[in-house]
Design a binder for this molecule. Sequence first.
Ligand SMILES: *Cc1c(COP(=O)(O)O)cnc(C)c1O
Length: 431
Amino acid sequence: MSTRGADAATLTEAIAAGLARDGGLFLPPRPLPRPTGRPVSRSVADVARWVLAPFCADEPLGRELDAICAESFDCDAPTRWLADDLGLLELFHGPTAAFKDFGARFLAACLARIAGPATRTVLVATSGDTGAAVAAAFHGRAGFRVVVLYPDGLVSPRQAQQLGSFGGNVATYRVAGSFDDCQRLVKSAFADAGLRARAGLTSANSISLGRLLPQIAYWAKAALDAEAQGRAPVTFVVPTGNLGNAFACLMAREMGLPIARVVLATNCNHTLTELLATGRYEPRASIATLANAMDVGAPSNAERLLAWWPDVRATSAFLSAHSTHDEDIEVAIRNAHAEHGVVICPHTACGYDAALAARGRRERGPLVIAATAHPAKFESIVQRCIGRAVEPPPALEVMLARPSSSLPLASDAGSLARAIAAGLPGGADRA
Ligand SMILES: *Cc1c(COP(=O)(O)O)cnc(C)c1O
């Protein structure tokens, strides 16, 4: 079903389509199906099979679920305990060193198994990490092109390098505008029925159910890991921008996994903090911060949250939010390093700050902060805080050694339509 109630697509159709025909976002109906028994093991792939199987019953994709999970969940997501009641869920062991690898790779594995037009164009707006994860997931896949839009000057140097490092079937554009402008451009392209059909447009943003569902897997794994250690139920602290990752965590909770509460950690783009406090959703322009992948003023998954809880204040028993300013992001990076010897990225730092604030309020029981990206992706900020360089993990190092290039793009729908058309077979060659 869709958040606006007028599209009854199956799961396979919803993953293929990205956005619902009524303009809403796809959302499985509640109550969510509950997995039965226990997973075969607590590897991410086995937990993913177990937790996602109930969504895939009677679906063509269900028969492929084993293979899809084996392909997309072959990296670990360990929880590292900094103290008895404070953990860090490391979600950055994938090829582009951010949690979005999980969702992007699952989506790619699904789309590759769903019949579609001869050429499909995956159009993606990125605030820094999505674009690389999606590009990596589709890079070299026959029948797919990827068009990545990122806000020029608003991603870290290593993120920019990574975004432009793919080549082949990936075209990277740096847009003269903000992330919200990039998202608006993507929406305009999808609203253009002719372009949509000609290019076989498909979405890979966090609004896509094919990215949202797989994110349930590592929340489930982390909750079960904590339970096996006698630490359940845990409260997850989730660095949040578009609310995709945190919504998946809420879905895991709705499925009955041992999750006490969810804390949204935002930077000073505080639309969600305000929403939870006042019940009013007031999207606005985004502000550039040190945690750039969370620079979102109009989080698209707020529509999913409001579809499930129209009076969102009714969630206060299990959902809260905390916003962190840039100065406190730096303080959190320094403190995490000084107190626990751990190096965290600026997004994870928002989580660290929110966890301390939650502890200061009333939060009892174990807190697990999602470490959403590897700190080496944000080298200049992190180095400034801890006084030394951070080594990139091997996969990131390989990517950073490649040549990198992106093309400039004006922030208007016509320019994007021309750029997309130019890359189609028979279209004008890109310079
Ligand atoms: C995308 C991203 C986030 C925010 O995730 P959402 O699903 O958009 O809320 C947080 N941290 C990092 C490192 C990211 O790349």
